[in-house]
Design a protein around this ligand. Sequence first.
Ligand code: PGA
Length: 249
Amino acid sequence: MRKPLIAGNWKMNKTVSESIEFARDFVKAVSNVTDRDILICPPFTSLYPVSEIFNGTNVRLGAQNMYFEEKGAFTGEISPLMLKDAGCSFVILGHSERRHIFGESNELINKKVLSAVSHGLVPVLCVGELLEEREEGKTFDVVGSQLEEGLKGVSADSEFVIAYEPVWAIGTGKTATPELAEEVHRFLREKLSELFGSKKAESVRILYGGSVKPENVDGLMAMNNIDGALVGGASLKVESFVKIVNFGR
Ligand code: PGA
């Protein structure tokens, strides 16, 4: 059975002091949760101070992006070694905002995924179609190639997480219906099975992201192939994120 993973993506929100305040309250509120994994991905500047609070708790720390090189003349970038050193065990890669605002290609994202895996960071590879791609019937083509190209060269024994985030549902308040999301999750699992074999495909967690809230998380999590959530806006408040972590109760 796949253990659910509930992940918060703070995006470009929260100062160091705001992050610390959230982290202190949050670890207390979820300290008894053992049947699901919990991950928070703050901005780079908050990683280390938050890691000191998460250390020894059931909350894991992740980054929202990284560069694939270990060090050197890459002004403005952050390396996998730096993320590990700051206490991260996960890293979100290929988020739609990275793809569409910063022009990241599948090829670049693949280099990052390979680098993350080789440094012992678990990549959360995001895939998702634009509204016009959905309307043109291209959803499976788009997410299928994002998955395949993003994971090129990754071995079946490395750990990775997939997040399906339809771009039209991110930050818009429009969630995909559980059935519509499940259709894509099922497709992604079949594709994983073609690429890595069915045993690996059954073990990979596929998260849904895009306007997940306390009110809609139960319906999504009831689907067979939805193994967790990647939560933006609703992860910024302790109260709403704690409710999402405790889905189904
Ligand atoms: P949202 O963001 O929950 O605010 O829609 C999700 C994401 O982009 O990861």
